[in-house]
Ligand binder design. Structure first.
Ligand SMILES: Cc1cc2nc3c(=O)[nH]c(=O)nc-3n(C[C@H](O)[C@H](O)[C@H](O)COP(=O)(O)OP(=O)(O)OC[C@H]3O[C@@H](n4cnc5c(N)ncnc54)[C@H](O)[C@@H]3O)c2cc1C
Length: 379
């Protein structure tokens, strides 16, 4: 007797037969790709296989920053990637955000352009000066992509935010925030309304391109399709060991509502290693991977005391030094990263392609990468 779950005739006939395209992963990339492929080929049968009850990587777990790069991040990326690649990436993120807004709308996902702030303590003097040095050039470059004077000094806001130990602030007037849950729910609704099947609780173990079809070994048994797109981001190495994507766990927490919360917007702290934002009058706070990079290079979606204690300490001492609050919930998600911040979106064989390695900016670029991956599938 097989240990695979038994599939009924009806389930096989309706859900698992004559599939044109299987997409593995129902994150922002997989869902956007499915929606776009359906627009291009409305009669083709599309099935998304998702191992979790929800999309279970990063797309329903992230912090909801609709961001495209802080000045310290740009300065550090320029050293590694060079100016051209970095500003190309900023442009890609900005275009990605407009693809996302075009697809799901702004109101349904509570898109709010509250601006983004980068915070500097007196220990961050070097980063502050390199950010200031870069500001005129970055503003000039971004003017052609986004608009006028993206970045500006904002030390005059330090007192009103009531942080402790912050010496300088740089403001990005175009950074925004979204309700991540509503974004992913909206994408799932759009996909289902287009007739795309999303089958949850199915893990893909192996994919074989047979040239005229693709055979997919799953926890539900073998499923055949004509084309397959792998959108598994941080989990990609399980299926494609040769692809350069490492899992990167990111941990966050959210507070209880805080009466008279003194700030709104998205915030980057300590060279971007920490990030926080208001969610209504709560604070969502995450980061600290740099404290334990080895153990955070994992697909295990659990929490660590080291990082959670540090988040709590910074919340008490720097971010909310004069407010009473409780921590209401903590969670983690898995990103897909590597030394390069470029995504990998390419064909792997005749009928199999992948769109992975979204890094920490998948809200911004995910829809663009998903859309373009669907456009490249041959039909
Ligand atoms: C805590 C956290 C905070 C973040 N904050 C931000 C932010 O503020 N702004 C921003 O732009 N980005 C942020 N990111 C990054 C962003 O969320 C990701 O870049 C983006 O969601 C990636 O989308 P994806 O579709 O490529 O991958 P995912 O959303 O990870 O989707 C991949 C899916 O594939 C499924 N899967 C994997 N393997 C298999 C398999 N073998 N079989 C079946 N299914 C499989 C997974 O369950 C998952 O649902 C954050 C990430 C985390 C974790």
């Amino acid at each position: 007797m097989s240990s695979k779950p038994s599939i009924s005739f009806w389930e096989k006939e309706v859900f698992l037969k004559d599939i044109d395209l299987i997409i593995i992963g129902s994150g922002i990339v997989g869902l956007t790709a499915a929606i776009e492929f359906n627009k291009l080929h409305p009669t083709k049968k599309i099935v998304i296989l998702e191992r979790g009850s929800f999309p279970s990587g990063a797309s329903s777990k992230n912090a909801g920053f609709a961001c495209f790069g802080s000045l310290t991040e740009l300065a550090s990326d320029i050293k590694i990637m060079g100016e051209n690649d970095v500003y190309d990436l900023v442009e890609q993120r900005w275009r990605g955000l407009s693809v996302l807004k075009g697809l799901v709308g702004t109101e349904p996902i509570e898109y709010q352009n509250l601006g983004g702030y980068e915070l500097f303590t007196n220990h961050d003097q070097n980063s502050y000066h390199s950010a200031l040095n870069l500001m005129p050039k970055a503003n000039a470059e971004l003017k052609t992509i986004i608009g006028k004077d993206t970045f500006q000094k904002a030390d005059n806001r330090i007192n009103s935010f009531k942080f402790k130990g912050i010496e300088h602030i740089i403001f990005n007037q175009y950074e925004a925030q979204i309700n991540t849950g509503k974004m992913i729910s909206r994408l799932i609704t759009l996909a289902r309304e287009s007739g795309i099947e999303i089958i949850n609780g199915v893990t893909v173990n192996h994919i074989e391109d047979l040239n005229t079809s693709v055979e997919i070994d799953t926890t539900l048994g073998n499923i055949k399709c004509l084309q397959c797109l792998i959108a598994t981001n941080g989990f990609t190495k399980n299926l494609l060991p040769e692809i350069e994507v490492e899992p990167a766990r990111a941990q966050v927490l959210i507070t209880s509502p805080i009466p008279n919360l003194p700030f709104r917007g998205t915030f980057h702290y300590n060279d971007g290693y920490y990030y926080f934002r208001n969610v209504g009058n709560r604070v969502l706070f995450g980061g600290g991977r740099n404290l334990d990079l080895v153990n955070e290079t994992t697909t295990e979606m659990v929490l660590s005391d080291l990082i959670q204690n540090k988040l709590e300490e910074l919340l008490n001492e720097v971010i909310l030094p004069s407010s009473a609050f409780e921590i209401e919930q903590r969670w983690s998600g898995i990103m897909g990263v590597s030394g390069s911040k470029k995504t990998i979106s390419r064909s792997l064989s005749e009928n199999v392609s992948c769109a992975v390695r979204l890094g920490g900016m998948g809200v911004a670029i995910g829809s663009l990468i998903g859309r373009d991956a669907a456009r490249s599938i041959k039909y």
